[in-house]
Structure formats: structure tokens, C-alpha cells
Design a protein around this ligand. Structure first.
Ligand code: SAH
Length: 364
């Protein structure tokens, strides 16, 4: 007997092919997707508009395999972090960040990461493996179900960002399949501006992404010169800044005028936060459809970096704004539960974990 297919790993076309290969009508895909993604139903016998014979067949040949929860934590600011167990025994982290006007789900694309960015906790564990498309989408499925228990405004998922563990473009095909499901009206139906892929700058895959799906792009820049970026974002040695910026220009070139790339820039005390770097960054981005997002460095055990002082960050932002570059400073969310940018490690560490049920839900 063949192992059942996890349907969470198939986008609409994949699902149509799957049914067709079994002599079933391809439109079954359209029947089944809303059950799985919109009603969060994983059991085929609950899909009441499917013929009994088909349900029985699905029970044998397919699954909707959802991840097992290891821990769930709730930050004082309302951010939630789930550590989810994968079949291989690995674990990944998924973070939900509620805001007044939206709810952002931050998902992982790999177990660990091979990019070796010097200021990122995920890098310290090295690379284990790519997530399957099913494991990527399962994070959204899980979160939607978990949040459904407390249906309140701001708790629904309106945005999804590939800013969890891993370099999404290094797991290109599976990430693209997941994006298709995020955008598909029969699945999550998110608008294309509300799905963001964040990359450390894998130039060839930025071009492929542009040709295959339409999403927002964030680029982890972090340094305005090759000399500095070579050190803190080592993939720069392979794809230096001139190639990266050319890929960014291509990404926005044929798109609608509103399309900006967000450039992420982690503020590391005494490393990349000086006035000279701010001016160099402004020169690098001059004339580009760019927004800069300054991220206060989030520390983790063993790091040699510290966070820039707030007034240094403000001065840096001021220099960029003087050059008419739209600049925001990212609010640190969830750092009390190690759910902030660059703090995700995906394994249960020996630190004190509070269970969600132990702490009161924080009202906004
Ligand atoms: N691999 C993807 C997604 C990473 S996480 C990428 O590189 O873009 C999202 C952002 O958090 C990236 O810009 C990443 O560089 C940044 N980041 C990593 N470690 C951080 C830390 N310790 N403090 C603040 N931001 C960090």
C-alpha cells in the first residue's frame, strides 16, 4: 500500500492532477479546498457534500496531516508563539503578531538555516532540512485553528510573512506552492500585497519568484557596503550588492507603481548604525521604490552583538528620511517569549516555558 498523500502539500493544480490521476473529476479539488482551508476540517467524513464512496477512498489514500503542538506561549504584548513538531522529530516555530488593524502570521520555511547571518539565532543551529510545502501550509492551518478558539478582531490572519526560520528562496518550489495556496480564493485568499517573502538575497531565485508568483518582497540588507555585508550577511560574498540591487530593480520594474521592496536593516550597536552607513544606505537606495525597516537587534544567548541605542536608531532613520526614503522602526514584538525577529530556534530549550493556560489572555 502506498502512503497516503498529505493534501496540505498540493496547490489547486496539484490537487486537480491528484484527483485526475485517480480517475476522479478534477473539480473535486474545488470542492475539498474550502473544507480544508476555510473551515479547518481535516477529517474527510465531515466533508458532507462529497459522495460517501469518495470520502471512504480519501480516508485510505489521503490525509490532512496537521502538526503536533509542543508548546504555545503568549507574550505580554499578545504575540503568540507555537513550537510545532514535524514528522522527522524536528520542530519549527510559528509566530502570530496581532495589531489593531491586522494579524500577521510569521512562518518558517526550513529547519535551521544555511545562510549563517551573524546576528541571527536560527543561524547558530545550522541547517537541517527544507520544510515540505505541506509543512509550510500546515503552520497556517494550525494557527488559524488555534486562533479560531478566540475569535476576536485582530486575531484573524490577514498577513503572512516568510520571516520565521529559514531562507525561503533556498526552498523555492515548496515555498511557491505554499504561496499559491495563500493567495488562492479557495484556500486562504490573501491579497498579494499581504504575503511577503523575506530573503537574504538569493539573486537567481528573486528572478524566478518574480516570474512565478506575485507577492511582496522584503530584502534583508543590513549593510550598505560589500565590505560590511560580506561579514554580517555572508551570502553577500556570492551575490554582492550590485547584483542584489539589480535584482531588486528587476523585481519592481514591470510591476504596478505602488510596489515597493522593503529593505530590512538590523540595528547593531557600533557595527552598521553610524551616520556614514546611513548616508551610504541612502545613496544605495536613491531612486529605487524602497522602504527601509530598521529592526532593533534582538539578542539571544551567545551573541556578540548588542542593540543600537534608540537615539542612534532615530538619528539613522532621520538621515534616511532627509533623503526622502520612507523609513520605519520595527516595533519589537514577542521578545519576552523569544518570538522576535532572529530569535527563533525551533527546539525546546531548557528555559522556563509558560503554558498558555497558565497566563491570562492579554486584551488589547
Ligand atoms: N531568511 C529570511 C527571513 C529571516 S527573518 C531573511 O533573511 O530575510 C526576518 C528578518 O529578521 C530578517 O531581516 C533577518 O535578517 C532579521 N533578523 C535576524 N536576526 C535578527 C535579530 N537577532 N534581531 C533582529 N532582526 C533579526
Amino acid at each position: 500500500m502506498t502512503t497516503p498523500t498529505n493534501l496540505l502539500g498540493l496547490d489547486r493544480r496539484g490537487l486537480e492532477h491528484w484527483f485526475a490521476a485517480r480517475g476522479e473529476k478534477p473539480f473535486r479539488a474545488r470542492q475539498i479546498m474550502p473544507w480544508i482551508y476555510q473551515r479547518n476540517v481535516a477529517a474527510f467524513d465531515q466533508m458532507t457534500d462529497l459522495a460517501k464512496a469518495l470520502r471512504t477512498r480519501l480516508e485510505i489514500e489521503a490525509t490532512v496531516a496537521t502538526p503536533e503542538l509542543i508548546t504555545e506561549e503568549l507574550s505580554a504584548d499578545g504575540t503568540r508563539k507555537w513550537v510545532l513538531r514535524l514528522e522527522s522529530g524536528n520542530a519549527v516555530e510559528t509566530v502570530f503578531i496581532p495589531e489593531a488593524d491586522r494579524g500577521t502570521l510569521c512562518i518558517s520555511s526550513q529547519v535551521g538555516c544555511a545562510m549563517d547571518c551573524q546576528f541571527c539565532a536560527t543561524a547558530t543551529q545550522g541547517f537541517s532540512r527544507n520544510l515540505t510545502s505541506a509543512e509550510i501550509i500546515a503552520q497556517v492551518w494550525f494557527a488559524q485553528q488555534a486562533l479560531g478558539a478566540v475569535p476576536r478582531e485582530g486575531r484573524v490572519i490577514s498577513n503572512v510573512v516568510f520571516m520565521g526560520m529559514g531562507e525561503p528562496l533556498a526552498n523555492f518550489d515548496n515555498v511557491v506552492t505554499a504561496i499559491r495556496l495563500l493567495l488562492d480564493d479557495l484556500a486562504y485568499g490573501l491579497s498579494k500585497r499581504r504575503v511577503t517573502v523575506s530573503t537574504s538575497g538569493l539573486v537567481p531565485f528573486m528572478d524566478r519568484l518574480r516570474s512565478e508568483v506575485d507577492t511582496a518582497l522584503a530584502v534583508s540588507l543590513h549593510a550598505p557596503t560589500d565590505e560590511l555585508r560580506d561579514v554580517i550577511v555572508p551570502i553577500n560574498r556570492k551575490y554582492p550588492l550590485d547584483e542584489l540591487m539589480a535584482a531588486c530593480r528587476r523585481y519592481t520594474a514591470e510591476r504596478e507603481r505602488q510596489m515597493h521592496i522593503v529593505y530590512e536593516y538590523v540595528m547593531l550597536d557600533g557595527v552598521n548604525d553610524g551616520e556614514a552607513e546611513a548616508r551610504a544606505l541612502a545613496r544605495l537606495l536613491a531612486g529605487m521604490p524602497a522602504k527601509v525597516n530598521l529592526i532593533p537587534f534582538n539578542p539571544f544567548p551567545g551573541t556578540r552583538y548588542t542593540r543600537s541605542r534608540p537615539e542612534v536608531t532615530q538619528r539613522f532613520a532621520g538621515i534616511l528620511r532627509d533623503k526622502r526614503i520612507i523609513t520605519t522602526v520595527r516595533k519589537t514584538r514577542g521578545d519576552d517569549i523569544a518570538a522576535a525577529c532572529g530569535q527563533l530556534v525551533g527546539e525546546v530549550k531548557n528555559r522556563q516555558k509558560r503554558r498558555l493556560s497558565d497566563i491570562p489572555v492579554v486584551r488589547q
